[in-house]
Design a protein around this ligand. Structure first.
Ligand SMILES: [Zn+2]
Ligand SMILES: [Zn+2]
Ligand SMILES: [Zn+2]
Length: 263
């Protein structure tokens, strides 16, 4: 983990769509592929800099993702939106509370907090309140505009995800934009001069809630980050074959991939 403010590390913990790859009951070539890059757990990422580690989303595979990637501590969680594939691992952060003996800041907009409250209300109760069980100790932090975690500012990037409004995030010259079917006019400016962009690219066919591969390439080229990594990927995109035909500087990410960005 970078311990200075002049480096931001991004680790992709999960690059799969909501069903994951392999999918339950599917025996296609990608679901049965021997290439480890074709194993995609549900979408989440870890951003580290200057001694702090921040999870973006808590996928249902959070526990396995932390173990696989030797993530022994986190300092905060930031949520893009409250769909099940992005939030259902939240209970697992109780291990971090137990080890650090501290509560964890949970950053999300009001709409996402309302959904978190319905599923995980017990985890936001003040210490000493609620049932005496091994539970997460969480502190609600509301995203209303740019906010700071440690030495870096996080800028929310409003995105359209089908009928939902969700958030991407920009941290220095890094941006993480999962679950997007359209980038609103005002958000393009927030994505200028990027070193690394992570962007939704679901599948070859168009989809009402996600960029298709062609739409993602078009958006990535307009944004013009030095490097673009695609995420939220279905079993319709074999890793090696797809990467071989993507333009330079644009490729599918994979679970466990790390990139370092200069802020
Ligand atoms: Zn999703
Ligand atoms: Zn399949
Ligand atoms: Zn979603």
């Amino acid at each position: 983990m970078p311990h200075t403010a002049d480096e931001i590390e991004l680790m992709l913990l999960g690059t799969g769509t909501s069903a994951g790859v392999p999918m339950i009951g599917c025996h296609c070539a990608v679901c049965e592929s021997a290439d480890p890059h074709d194993k995609r757990s549900r979408p989440s990422a870890l951003v580290s800099y200057d001694g702090v580690r921040i999870l973006i989303d808590t996928s249902p595979e959070l526990r396995l993702q932390c173990i696989a990637n030797h993530i022994d501590m986190i300092d905060a969680v930031v949520f893009t939106h409250a769909h099940a594939d992005h939030v259902m691992g939240l209970d697992d952060v109780r291990r971090f509370n137990a080890m650090s003996k501290r509560s964890l800041d949970i950053w999300a907009n009001e709409q996402t907090h309302a959904a978190l409250e319905r599923c995980f209300g017990y985890a936001f109760l003040p210490p000493g309140e609620g049932p005496k069980v091994f539970r997460p100790m969480l502190v609600k932090r509301v995203i209303e505009g740019p906010f700071e975690i440690g030495s870096q500012a996080w800028t929310p990037v409003p995105l359209i995800h089908g009928e939902w409004n969700v958030l991407g995030f920009r941290i220095g010259r890094l941006a993480y934009c999962t679950d997007v079917s359209r980038i609103p006019d005002k958000s393009w400016d927030l994505l200028r001069d990027l070193d690394v962009l992570v962007l939704d690219a679901l599948q070859p066919r168009p989809h009402p809630q996600h960029f298709s591969l062609d739409e993602a390439v078009e958006a990535a080229q307009r944004i013009g980050a030095r490097q673009t990594l695609f995420t939220h990927i279905t079993h319709y995109l074999p890793h090696a074959e797809t990467n071989a035909r993507l333009p330079p500087g644009i490729r599918l990410g994979f679970d466990g991939e790390r990139v370092v960005v200069k802020p």
